[in-house]
Design a protein around this ligand. Sequence first.
Ligand SMILES: C[S@@+](CC[C@H](N)C(=O)[O-])C[C@H]1O[C@@H](n2cnc3c(N)ncnc32)[C@H](O)[C@@H]1O
Length: 483
Amino acid sequence: MSEPRDKNMGSTYYGQNDVSNAIGGFSRIHSAWITHVEAVQRHSEEAEDKLSYISECKSEHERKKLGSYYTPTDVADFFWRELFAHNKILDGEDALSFLRKHHFVEPAAGAGALIFALFKRLLGLGVTSEQLAEIELSIVDVNNNALAFVEKQMKVLASAWDVSFNRVRLLRDDFLSTDLSRGFKPYFFFGNPPFVANKKGESPWKNIYADFLEKALMHVGREGGIHFIVPLSVAFSRDYSVLRAMIMDTRGTVCLSNFDNIPDTLFKSGKPSHTNTNKANSQRCTILTVLPGRPKKLLATPLLRWSKKDRTNLLSQSPEYFDVSEYSFDQQFPRPESYAVLDYLDRAAGSPTLGSIVSKNGSHRLFVAGVARNYVSLREGPANGVHALGFESNDDFFLGLGVLSSDLFLSYWLSIGDGFHLTKENIFNFPLHHTLVRECQRNAPALRLTWKVRQRFQKRKLNSGRMTKSFDLRYAVPSLVEA
Ligand SMILES: C[S@@+](CC[C@H](N)C(=O)[O-])C[C@H]1O[C@@H](n2cnc3c(N)ncnc32)[C@H](O)[C@@H]1O
């Protein structure tokens, strides 16, 4: 049933475009194969509601326990487009050798969103359905119904294409105990493992996604790869600093695309739940790629934010990746806002920190909200969740104020903070390079005047029935980015 590949396929790179847009030059049969996969993708997306609730009564609690939140098709397509770009899979020949080289493992398959998106991308680059059927693929999940669904969709494709997927095995298993010792080809792990808190003492990691990632890291070898959707905490949390060291120990290319959760979220259905009042804390995700065989490099995007109307735009192009291989400020994988902030942190290494001018008993007090979004929110007085910073002198107070209300500090926090909390640690660790201190001193007279009339920069927000007032000095103070 398969046809020879289009001769032009080899020279074209479709990395920036949606596959569907890239198939103009395809034979009709090739386009038909892609249409079949797209139909399966639609089924798979629709099946979430039925499959991800394990219990008959559709218990949200049970769903949460298994972390059953499936990847939307647009995210799955983005997922593979980025991997192919990072792995320099640029044409049909590259795609075929990627396919033949690996034993693919989807450790938590759900309804197969990432499997079918992989098929679509391979076909989109010119692999034939017959070649695709050679794939060596282990599909693992603890949910029998989900596996049965994936099996059925594979049969639909096999029958439409007149091929058989002889090297695909479906395993109803806990991935953490799945035997991976007998693989001959290098493993390529891809998935969106469950994000579920481990019970105390169950694992060295707080969340099961880290167990999945650790197991993949143990088996990836030099020639394999890992491409996972994981919580953003992998990039910043101290709980996972050892995991980050393990990732870096692979000595290859590591890429992270980082996604915020406001205003739009990556997972349409909500992960873990719409009813979660702490939604602001959930759903921030990273697509993490680990390619041990490629040159040693660490690439990361800023924390991407987008509104619903920009979703298609966001997911149909590659984000900007910053090369953070030389980053040494803390043990994070930063979400760099700009090279300027990275340069500043590099230049200011070893300088005294903002914490060194804060004094518990200092009589000049500055109040800073413990959460932030687009600006550092300064407050008039003490309140729950507000940091009270004391300074011994008026000069130190205005240095602190100048720094905290600056564009540089906001960029710093966006790059190393969790995107929501502005912690005391974030504030205290900010390094005060002498050129920045000098610039702040120069700006101090103007800042004193601004502070006097701060009511002009007041913002009001109703929070659980209570009016919160804050000062946003972003546009009232001079830029410190070049300081
Ligand atoms: C976040 S969903 C992702 C599903 C699919 N990979 C996707 O991207 O749409 C996580 C899946 O992990 C499965 N799961 C949870 N614990 C597991 C375990 N220990 N071993 C294998 N699968 C597991 C759940 O049943 C669920 O299907």
